[in-house]
Design a protein around this ligand. Sequence first.
Ligand code: TEU
Length: 540
Amino acid sequence: MKWWQNAVVYQVYPRSFQDSNGDGIGDIPGITSRLDYLEELGIDAIWLSPVYASPNDDNGYDISDYQAIHPEFGTMEDMDELIAEGEKRGIRIVMDLVVNHTSDEHNWFVEARKSKDNAYRDYYIWRDPVDGQAPNDLTSAFNGSAWTFDEDSGQYYLHLFSRKQPDLNWENERMRQDVYKMMNFWLDKGVGGFRLDVIDLIGKLPDEKLTANGPKLHDYLKEMHEHTLKGRDVMTVGETWSATPDSAKLYSDPARNELSMVFQFEHMMLDEQPGKTKWDLKELDLVEWKQALSKWQVAFKEDGWNSLFWNNHDTPRVVSRWGNDDTYRIESAKCFAILLHLMKGTPYIYQGEEIGMTNRIITSIDEVDDIESRNMYHERLEQGYSKEEILHAINVKGRDNARTPVQWDSSEHAGFTTGKPWLAVQPNYTSINVEQALSDKESVFHTYKQLIQLRKDHPAIVWGDYILLLPDNPNVFAYERQYQGEKWVVLASISDEKQKVSLDDMPTEYEVMVTNYNRSAVDWNSVDLNPYEAFAVRAG
Ligand code: TEU
């Protein structure tokens, strides 16, 4: 067994976690000061979103120096201290590795731009104009063409994200070796591994307009493994929006020596109109959603490994997205926690999820920081969408929903900073905050803490086979886990209304292991479920 197989990972978005020096921006000493809290929660590792030097065009996902800490976040000494203090508490630091692209202010690109024969030119992807235009119609994830014209050299460079995020050319061996050197710099410091940003894009063939799953993708990952990860007890998780169960196995089958696991996003896209963008909303079909999640659970029965998550720094808060963040905020936050944490795979908690933090509502684009939302807003206004429609989509799906500061207590700015927060704290911090959650045994926090402990205590949660129950029920998500004669049954009602279900072949003797409504018994022939009720029993 690997340490990350029964681990729970907590994602820290450093800008919004904890400020220590009053500049309104979260920082590394702030994270270190909260390690005791994370130890109390029980997590094993922190996935730390980028803290490297960056002009912040995309809040740190545009890196100008991989081996320097952004002064806003602190110093390399602060980073070393975070790693050491984490280690004392059994918490490993997993770095965010953004190597599909750099910032245009990275020295490699500054050099590359100087002339066509510069030694770094080929670290990036350059093409001549075609008929005076961009080489093709590839678009950037942040709107507009993926090609930007460089006046000085008369060529276009590729950027699948913002124009300040030029794509690296993985065909270039020297560039790859530089990336591996940089990874080893961090590994030698004792980090716990890497989360690899949009890693499915590194084998792209831009001339064929093929971005994800290029032909050499897995060769690169194997080479990376050979030069960096081999022989080290670290975890890696690739961000792969394109993953299917088959392709996910290619990354995570241990025999292939690539990555530990990937983030797959199938269940995260089912409330979008197929073939359109994340902004084109559609109501979630729970049956379809259950099938998608279950498919992944079953696919990794033997080889490969799943990651489990409801949210991250790019997505809305789960309690607002699929729960009810008003009448049933606590119940629905716990319901989603129970549903996810008893599945097979490595669970990830996004900061603030463990206290049931909610989306935030904006009424004007001036309140929005995120480059993705801002670019979309202006593009759609030009296309004739109404302001109301666009703002609605941002309120539902915008990335700032996840990026408001963590609510630590009920003091001004929620205890996040003594200065002016870079993004406004949500007004509900006076009632939803860590201090309150810690003091209240019935809080969402205590359910997360309990679920993390259950995973540590029961191998059935880590290894058990997964079986979907009631596949056609449009409101209730039910599944079983089976392991060496032991059986767990998990029921979660994703509904504002009461529900009733009946289940066959259920154990008559069992123990209720976790519940969000103080349930102590179940009548399997007629299970009455309260709004967002979830519970799990264990038998055998
Ligand atoms: O996200 C990849 C990505 O494709 C996102 O743009 C995603 O499509 C969108 O945000 C979904 O809402 C990663 C990082 O997680 C993200 O924060 C970065 O902006 C992006 O890569 C570029 O590095």
